[in-house]
Ligand binder design. Structure first.
Ligand code: MG
Length: 263
C-alpha cells in the first residue's frame, strides 16, 4: 500500500494537477485506512539540547569528566596511582571521587594486563564501586574461569553477567552503567532497592538488575542505609589494570508536561 508520506513526496517532485488530484483522493483513502491521528494532548517541556560526543564513547556536553587521561584531580587518594600515556594504573589503595553521585550514567574504559599472570580472581582484578558500596566487577574473564557471580560484568557475588563478552587480555573494553540508587526512608527502612544496568563493549550484561545490598567478599549482600548519593570508587586489587576515559552524567529528571490540553 502507498502511504501518505509517499504521496506527499510524489506531489512535491512532479507538481502536476492530475497527480495532485490523485494524491488528494488517495490521502483521503489513506486517512480512512489509518484512522484519525492520535494526539495525547500533553504539552511537553522541550528536552534540553546537548551535544553528543564526536564518536562512540566520547563524553556528551553535559557529562562530568572524571578522568581524561591526564589528571586525577577529581579523585581523592590517587597520589600513588600512575598516569601514563593517557591511562592510569591502580597503586596502593582504592580511589574515590571528591563528588558524590546518586542516579547516574557512567562510562569507564578499562584493560586487563596483556601479560597474563594469576588465575581466577587474581587475574586482572579491579572494580567499579557505585556509591562506594555496589561493585561492578572488573576482571580478566577471557578464558579465565572463576565463580560466575565474580567474573567481569557481574554484580559482585550477586548476579553473573548474562553473557561473557570479555575481550582478550590487554585489549580496551568499556562499561556503560546506568545506576538507580536505592532509596531509604525513616529509620533506614529500604523504600526502593537500587538497580544496575551494564553494557560491556556495547553488549547488555546486566539488565536493570535489582541490587540486594552492598557487595561484600565475606558477607552476604545486605543494605547499609545512608545518604541518597555516594562517591564513585575504583578498586586496587594488586593487578596492573588500566583505566581511561571516565565520565559520568547525573540522570536528568524525566520529561515533564506543562499542561494537558482540554478535550
Ligand atoms: Mg574486584
Amino acid at each position: 500500500m502507498i502511504g501518505i508520506r509517499d504521496f506527499k513526496v510524489s506531489i512535491g517532485r512532479t507538481g502536476g494537477w492530475r497527480l495532485a488530484a490523485c494524491a488528494a483522493i488517495s490521502l483521503a483513502a489513506a486517512a480512512t485506512a489509518y484512522g484519525k491521528e492520535y494526539e495525547s494532548g500533553i504539552k511537553w517541556v522541550e528536552p534540553k539540547i546537548i551535544e553528543s560526543g564526536a564518536k562512540c564513547g566520547d563524553a556528551p556536553s553535559d557529562a562530568i569528566i572524571l578522568f581524561d587521561g591526564k589528571d586525577l584531580s577529581k579523585w581523592e587518594g590517587a597520589e600513588k596511582w600512575e598516569i601514563k600515556d593517557g591511562y592510569v594504573i591502580p597503586h596502593g589503595h582504592d580511589i574515590k571521587t571528591k563528588d558524590s553521585f546518586g542516579d547516574c550514567q557512567l562510562h569507564v574504559e578499562w584493560a586487563t594486563p596483556s601479560t597474563v599472570s594469576g588465575s581466577g580472581q587474581g587475574r586482572g582484578n579491579s572494580g567499579v564501586y557505585l556509591m562506594e558500596k555496589y561493585e561492578v566487577q572488573v576482571l580478566d574473564s577471557y578464558e579465565n574461569k572463576t565463580y560466575f557471580d565474580g567474573q567481569a560484568g557481574s554484580i559482585y557475588k550477586q548476579k553473573p553477567p548474562m553473557v561473557n563478552c570479555c575481550r582478550k587480555p590487554g585489549e580496551w573494553q568499556s562499561y556503560d552503567i546506568i545506576f538507580n540508587a536505592p532509596k531509604f526512608g525513616e529509620g533506614g527502612r529500604l523504600v526502593k532497592p537500587g538497580y544496575v544496568t551494564v553494557l560491556q563493549n556495547g553488549v547488555l550484561v546486566q539488565n536493570h538488575t535489582e541490587l540486594l545490598g552492598s557487595t561484600f567478599y565475606d558477607q552476604p549482600p545486605h543494605y547499609e542505609p545512608g545518604p541518597p548519593k555516594g562517591k564513585l570508587e575504583l578498586q586496587f586489587h594488586h593487578n596492573q589494570v588500566r583505566f581511561r576515559n571516565i565520565w559520568i552524567r547525573e540522570i536528568p529528571e524525566p520529561p515533564v508536561a506543562t499542561e494537558h490540553a482540554s478535550k
